[in-house]
Ligand binder design. Structure first.
Ligand SMILES: [Zn+2]
Length: 417
């Protein structure tokens, strides 16, 4: 595999790097660009690999900071997000960045065979490694990718006594392939340390299973529901036979049904649903590590820029709601770190018939950013350095107190104070 390290990025076309960075710094409300180098604080909470090799009960209790990892996806450019002159995300760009550390020059490395897309980007973030992925069963247009090194959820659950329901992925309703990113096939990790997934798909599945158990439905309905369930099981061949969620999640869906009913029509939809699920899950399940996989701005694939910019605004509002919830909760306020990072960038070719795709390996599809905010993180700092998407996983590990030992990235020490 050939990897070319990204030693430089290409800031917005037609504008100099200095202008862009100055605008970002002014938008963040700092006089200049800082580095904020400080102690990384690695292993502070758990000790290096504290619980590795221990049974569940023997693992130490988790006492580290909680992390809310927000995938600002699916696929955004710096221009419409962190550039104050063009942003559609005013909260993230102006308010939250001023309270955290912004890395405006994060990149996805150029690597032969690496696609800049949603599944790949999500796994770069979760594993700290780049890889070329193929669908596990070579399904047509499928993106069921199996990471070969542990995800953040697996590191955490192996190092400390953390339940599956305390490591959560919130997924979009029409992306069952993303159900697949909850664990790796790495020896010593894997399914026993997987995260739980919350999505409308999971809710429908829970509802279907429950209706079958309860009975009282016609034979025809029973048959059609059984067929639907079998079809959904195909989505993740690794989980056949172990598809039931933990009791905490079963109870979660029961309460969800109590609020929204079983039709799927009353609850919010799209990325607003993800915000609603994340808020409820944060309060009811108290996750240590929660990942929200926003994706609606990706509807720009249909050709309308407004789908993209509206999607960014909806995500921005979602981030505002989630941060406000954390700050209003005495149990979360002083021990929660929020990490925002896109899965990939988007193309900037103004001549393309469909704007802002991301599959053509263009420079701006590799250009992203990261914003980290919370206790122990520098405030109002803009780091003028090229950093890498694979740096997120080791940094989350450092914040929470474990080492992502198979990651190829580095801890973003510039954010830690
Ligand atoms: Zn896409």
């Amino acid at each position: 595999m050939q990897i070319r390290k990204a030693t430089r990025d290409h800031l917005p076309q037609g504008e100099g790097r200095r202008d862009f960075l100055r605008r970002v710094a002014v938008g963040v409300g700092v006089a200049g660009l800082g580095m904020g180098l400080a102690d990384a604080g690695c292993g502070r909470a758990l000790g290096q690999e504290a619980g590795v090799g221990l049974g569940v009960e023997e693992r130490p209790e988790f006492r580290g900071r909680r992390v809310m990892l927000i995938r600002f996806g699916g696929g955004v450019r710096r221009r419409e997000t962190i550039d104050p002159a063009h942003t559609h995300a005013p909260f993230v760009c102006r308010e939250l960045a001023a309270r955290g550390t912004l890395f405006p020059r994060m990149v996805i490395d150029l690597m032969e065979g690496l696609n800049t897309s949603h599944g790949e980007g999500t796994l770069n973030i979760l594993t700290g490694r780049y890889d070329r992925y193929r669908d596990v069963e070579d399904g047509f247009l499928k993106a069921r990718y199996e990471p070969k090194v542990p995800t953040l959820f697996e590191y955490l659950r192996k190092a400390a006594r953390v339940g599956a329901h305390e490591t959560l992925i919130i997924n979009g309703e029409d992306r069952p392939d993303e159900e697949f990113y909850s664990f790796s096939n790495h020896a010593g990790y894997g399914i026993d340390y997987r995260a739980n997934v919350l999505s409308l798909y999971r809710f429908k599945r829970w509802l279907l299973e429950r209706r079958l158990v309860e009975g009282g439905i016609s034979e025809a309905e029973r048959r059609s529901r059984t067929e639907a369930l079998a079809k959904w099981e195909q989505a993740d061949p690794r989980l056949r036979g172990v598809s039931r969620q933990s009791p905490e999640l079963e109870a979660f869906w029961e309460r969800w049904e109590g609020t929204y009913g079983g039709s799927g029509l009353v609850n919010p939809r799209g990325d607003r649903l993800l915000t609603a699920l994340a808020r409820r899950a944060w309060k009811e399940l108290r996750p240590r590590l929660l990942m929200v996989n926003y994706n609606d701005c990706d509807y720009v694939h249909w050709g309308y820029m407004s789908h993209y910019t509206t999607g960014i605004a909806v995500m921005d509002e979602g981030v505002r709601e989630l941060v406000a919830m954390v700050e209003a909760d005495p149990e979360s306020r002083d021990n929660t770190v929020v990490v925002i990072v896109p899965d990939c960038g988007r193309d900037s070719n103004p001549l393309a018939s469909v704007p802002c795709q991301h599959h053509f390996n263009s420079v701006s599809a590799h250009e992203i950013f990261a914003l980290i905010q919370g206790p122990g993180i520098g405030r109002g700092t803009v780091v003028d350095k090229v950093v890498r998407q694979v740096d997120i996983a080791p940094t989350v590990g450092a914040v929470m107190g474990f080492r992502a030992e198979h990651a190829e990235g580095r801890v973003l020490e510039e954010a830690l104070v």
